[in-house]
Design a protein around this ligand. Structure first.
Ligand SMILES: *[C@@H]1O[C@H](CO)[C@@H](O)[C@H](O)[C@H]1NC(C)=O
Length: 198
Protein backbone atom coordinates (compact mmCIF):
# COMPACT_ATOMS: atom_id res chain seq x y z
CA UNK A 1 0.00 0.00 0.00
CA UNK A 2 2.75 2.42 0.98
CA UNK A 3 4.62 1.38 -2.12
CA UNK A 4 1.71 2.12 -4.40
CA UNK A 5 1.24 5.51 -2.75
CA UNK A 6 4.87 6.47 -3.25
CA UNK A 7 4.83 5.27 -6.86
CA UNK A 8 1.74 7.39 -7.45
CA UNK A 9 3.43 10.42 -5.86
CA UNK A 10 6.46 9.88 -8.06
CA UNK A 11 4.27 9.64 -11.15
CA UNK A 12 2.35 12.82 -10.31
CA UNK A 13 5.56 14.72 -9.56
CA UNK A 14 7.07 13.76 -12.90
CA UNK A 15 3.89 14.77 -14.75
CA UNK A 16 3.85 18.17 -13.06
CA UNK A 17 7.58 18.68 -13.72
CA UNK A 18 7.24 17.87 -17.42
CA UNK A 19 7.87 20.82 -19.75
CA UNK A 20 5.48 21.65 -22.59
CA UNK A 21 6.38 20.37 -26.07
CA UNK A 22 9.19 22.38 -27.67
CA UNK A 23 8.56 24.67 -30.66
CA UNK A 24 12.27 25.10 -31.36
CA UNK A 25 13.49 23.53 -34.61
CA UNK A 26 15.78 20.52 -34.11
CA UNK A 27 19.49 21.37 -34.18
CA UNK A 28 22.64 19.27 -34.07
CA UNK A 29 24.55 19.49 -30.79
CA UNK A 30 27.54 21.60 -31.97
CA UNK A 31 30.38 22.29 -29.55
CA UNK A 32 28.18 23.69 -26.83
CA UNK A 33 24.69 25.10 -26.35
CA UNK A 34 23.22 27.88 -24.23
CA UNK A 35 19.48 27.56 -23.63
CA UNK A 36 16.61 28.55 -21.39
CA UNK A 37 12.88 28.07 -21.21
CA UNK A 38 10.18 29.39 -18.91
CA UNK A 39 6.38 29.52 -18.65
CA UNK A 40 5.08 33.08 -18.50
CA UNK A 41 1.67 34.09 -17.14
CA UNK A 42 0.96 36.55 -19.95
CA UNK A 43 -0.64 36.32 -23.41
CA UNK A 44 1.68 35.41 -26.28
CA UNK A 45 1.24 38.74 -28.12
CA UNK A 46 2.26 40.67 -25.00
CA UNK A 47 5.43 38.58 -24.58
CA UNK A 48 6.22 38.83 -28.31
CA UNK A 49 5.92 42.64 -28.14
CA UNK A 50 8.40 42.80 -25.22
CA UNK A 51 10.83 40.44 -26.96
CA UNK A 52 10.90 42.59 -30.12
CA UNK A 53 10.91 45.99 -28.41
CA UNK A 54 14.70 46.26 -28.43
CA UNK A 55 14.85 49.97 -27.41
CA UNK A 56 13.31 48.96 -24.05
CA UNK A 57 15.82 46.16 -23.31
CA UNK A 58 17.92 48.43 -21.04
CA UNK A 59 14.85 48.76 -18.76
CA UNK A 60 14.71 45.04 -17.87
CA UNK A 61 17.27 42.79 -19.53
CA UNK A 62 20.29 41.90 -17.31
CA UNK A 63 22.04 40.01 -20.16
CA UNK A 64 21.36 41.94 -23.39
CA UNK A 65 21.83 45.51 -22.17
CA UNK A 66 21.17 47.01 -25.57
CA UNK A 67 20.23 45.73 -29.00
CA UNK A 68 20.23 48.12 -31.95
CA UNK A 69 18.70 47.37 -35.36
CA UNK A 70 20.81 48.64 -38.26
CA UNK A 71 20.66 48.40 -42.03
CA UNK A 72 23.23 46.30 -43.88
CA UNK A 73 25.73 49.19 -43.63
CA UNK A 74 25.51 49.09 -39.80
CA UNK A 75 23.61 52.40 -39.66
CA UNK A 76 20.86 52.33 -36.97
CA UNK A 77 17.34 52.47 -38.37
CA UNK A 78 14.83 55.14 -37.43
CA UNK A 79 11.99 52.83 -36.30
CA UNK A 80 14.14 50.08 -34.68
CA UNK A 81 11.72 47.45 -35.99
CA UNK A 82 13.31 44.02 -36.50
CA UNK A 83 13.23 42.82 -40.12
CA UNK A 84 14.91 39.78 -41.65
CA UNK A 85 18.29 40.56 -43.22
CA UNK A 86 18.73 43.67 -41.09
CA UNK A 87 21.64 43.71 -38.65
CA UNK A 88 21.87 43.88 -34.88
CA UNK A 89 24.54 45.39 -32.68
CA UNK A 90 24.25 43.73 -29.29
CA UNK A 91 25.85 44.97 -26.07
CA UNK A 92 25.78 42.04 -23.67
CA UNK A 93 26.97 41.43 -20.15
CA UNK A 94 28.57 37.99 -19.89
CA UNK A 95 27.89 36.86 -17.18
CA UNK A 96 24.69 38.94 -16.80
CA UNK A 97 24.22 41.77 -14.30
CA UNK A 98 22.49 40.93 -11.03
CA UNK A 99 18.76 41.55 -11.55
CA UNK A 100 16.63 43.54 -11.33
CA UNK A 101 18.09 46.11 -13.72
CA UNK A 102 16.81 49.32 -15.26
CA UNK A 103 18.10 51.75 -17.89
CA UNK A 104 20.37 53.40 -15.32
CA UNK A 105 22.07 50.22 -14.08
CA UNK A 106 25.76 50.69 -14.90
CA UNK A 107 27.50 47.98 -16.94
CA UNK A 108 30.39 45.95 -15.59
CA UNK A 109 33.08 47.03 -18.08
CA UNK A 110 35.00 43.78 -17.53
CA UNK A 111 31.98 41.74 -18.64
CA UNK A 112 30.90 43.90 -21.60
CA UNK A 113 30.81 42.12 -24.98
CA UNK A 114 29.66 43.42 -28.35
CA UNK A 115 28.14 41.12 -30.97
CA UNK A 116 27.29 41.78 -34.61
CA UNK A 117 24.41 39.70 -35.93
CA UNK A 118 22.18 39.21 -38.96
CA UNK A 119 18.44 38.90 -38.32
CA UNK A 120 17.69 35.58 -39.99
CA UNK A 121 14.03 35.08 -39.06
CA UNK A 122 11.14 37.20 -37.81
CA UNK A 123 7.95 35.14 -37.98
CA UNK A 124 5.14 37.03 -36.26
CA UNK A 125 2.62 34.24 -36.98
CA UNK A 126 4.61 31.44 -35.34
CA UNK A 127 6.36 33.82 -32.91
CA UNK A 128 9.93 32.94 -33.90
CA UNK A 129 12.87 35.37 -33.87
CA UNK A 130 16.36 34.23 -34.88
CA UNK A 131 19.65 36.04 -35.39
CA UNK A 132 23.03 34.71 -36.41
CA UNK A 133 26.49 35.91 -35.50
CA UNK A 134 28.31 37.39 -38.49
CA UNK A 135 31.43 38.66 -36.71
CA UNK A 136 33.48 35.79 -38.11
CA UNK A 137 33.02 33.67 -41.25
CA UNK A 138 30.49 30.88 -40.68
CA UNK A 139 33.18 28.19 -41.16
CA UNK A 140 34.96 29.67 -38.12
CA UNK A 141 32.00 30.49 -35.88
CA UNK A 142 28.47 29.36 -36.61
CA UNK A 143 25.92 30.35 -33.98
CA UNK A 144 22.28 31.32 -34.30
CA UNK A 145 20.19 32.54 -31.36
CA UNK A 146 16.68 31.16 -31.64
CA UNK A 147 13.82 32.46 -29.52
CA UNK A 148 10.31 31.08 -29.88
CA UNK A 149 6.99 31.47 -28.10
CA UNK A 150 4.02 29.11 -27.92
CA UNK A 151 0.66 29.12 -26.16
CA UNK A 152 0.45 26.65 -23.26
CA UNK A 153 -2.93 27.55 -21.77
CA UNK A 154 -5.29 30.49 -21.51
CA UNK A 155 -3.10 33.59 -21.19
CA UNK A 156 0.04 31.48 -20.72
CA UNK A 157 3.11 31.53 -22.93
CA UNK A 158 6.07 29.17 -23.18
CA UNK A 159 9.33 31.00 -23.94
CA UNK A 160 12.25 28.99 -25.31
CA UNK A 161 15.70 30.21 -26.31
CA UNK A 162 18.59 28.23 -27.69
CA UNK A 163 21.95 29.01 -29.29
CA UNK A 164 24.15 26.19 -30.56
CA UNK A 165 27.80 27.10 -31.10
CA UNK A 166 29.54 25.36 -34.00
CA UNK A 167 32.84 25.81 -35.82
CA UNK A 168 36.43 25.88 -34.51
CA UNK A 169 36.11 29.26 -32.73
CA UNK A 170 33.37 27.70 -30.57
CA UNK A 171 36.07 26.01 -28.48
CA UNK A 172 37.36 29.46 -27.54
CA UNK A 173 33.86 30.83 -26.89
CA UNK A 174 33.15 27.69 -24.84
CA UNK A 175 36.27 28.12 -22.68
CA UNK A 176 35.77 31.85 -22.14
CA UNK A 177 32.02 32.39 -22.14
CA UNK A 178 29.95 29.18 -22.00
CA UNK A 179 29.10 29.46 -18.31
CA UNK A 180 28.42 33.21 -18.51
CA UNK A 181 26.30 32.80 -21.64
CA UNK A 182 24.22 30.09 -20.00
CA UNK A 183 23.69 32.37 -16.99
CA UNK A 184 22.72 35.13 -19.43
CA UNK A 185 20.11 32.99 -21.19
CA UNK A 186 18.61 31.94 -17.83
CA UNK A 187 18.64 35.51 -16.48
CA UNK A 188 16.95 36.88 -19.61
CA UNK A 189 14.19 34.23 -19.41
CA UNK A 190 13.47 35.06 -15.76
CA UNK A 191 13.58 38.81 -16.44
CA UNK A 192 11.30 38.48 -19.49
CA UNK A 193 8.78 36.63 -17.31
CA UNK A 194 8.97 39.33 -14.62
CA UNK A 195 8.54 42.08 -17.23
CA UNK A 196 5.58 40.38 -18.92
CA UNK A 197 3.83 39.61 -15.63
CA UNK A 198 4.23 43.17 -14.31
C1 LIG B 1 20.89 37.45 -43.36
O1 LIG B 1 19.71 36.68 -43.20
C2 LIG B 1 18.86 36.67 -44.33
C3 LIG B 1 17.56 35.99 -43.94
O2 LIG B 1 17.76 34.70 -43.44
C4 LIG B 1 19.60 36.00 -45.49
O3 LIG B 1 18.78 35.99 -46.63
C5 LIG B 1 20.89 36.76 -45.76
O4 LIG B 1 21.64 36.10 -46.77
C6 LIG B 1 21.74 36.88 -44.51
N1 LIG B 1 22.86 37.78 -44.75
C7 LIG B 1 24.09 37.55 -44.28
C8 LIG B 1 25.12 38.56 -44.60
O5 LIG B 1 24.38 36.56 -43.62
Amino acid sequence: MIRIASILTLLCTSIVAQSPPSSLPPTDPGIFTAQASIIIDAPIEAVWAILLDFPKYPQWNPFVRSQTVTNTLWIPTEDQVAYENFRLIIQAQIPPLTPPVNENTPPNPFHAQTAFENITKIDAVNHQAFWRSIMLPQEILDSERMQVLSVVGVGKTYYEAREVFKGPASYVVDALFAEGLQKGFSAQAVALKARAEM
